[in-house]
Design a protein. Structure first.
Length: 131
């Protein structure tokens, strides 16, 4: 299976999707965190949540309440950035302002892909990365 990203976005024409796909990543856009889509999260390198206002934070909390522990990157509106350590959700790798360079997101994804490959090679569960 190809390395994949779950992109949760309020914008169906999200430009980030095409950037990730051009980098050779499979991009899934799940409609909800419900159990019928659960298999997607086990195979994803990370969640990229790009939603306006505070919807990204609420969405992440919802996904965590469903037991989805996949590492996450939050893309937020300018002025809404917070330190990931202060969030009440585990597994947030970074909070990135929407106006930032897409390279910042790609650097995180690249790091998570590399870490995932190493951990898989050593039979170490990915979910322990965020514990």
């Amino acid at each position: 299976m190809a390395l994949g990203i779950c992109l949760i976005s309020g914008n169906p024409e999200n430009v980030l999707r095409s950037i990730l796909e051009r980098c050779g990543l499979q991009v899934w856009t799940p409609q909800s965190p419900d159990a019928s889509n659960g298999y997607i999260y086990d195979h994803a390198v990370c969640l990229v949540i790009d939603m306006p206002q505070g919807a990204g934070f609420r969405t992440l909390r919802l996904f965590r309440s469903y037991g989805i522990t996949t590492p996450a990157l939050l893309i937020v509106d300018p002025g809404r950035e917070v330190d990931p350590v202060t969030l009440d959700c585990e597994g947030v790798m970074d909070v990135i302002v929407r106006t930032s360079s897409p390279l910042r997101i790609l650097r995180w994804v690249q790091s998570l892909c590399a870490a995932g490959k190493v951990l898989k090679r050593h039979n170490y569960p990915m979910e322990k990365m965020t514990a």
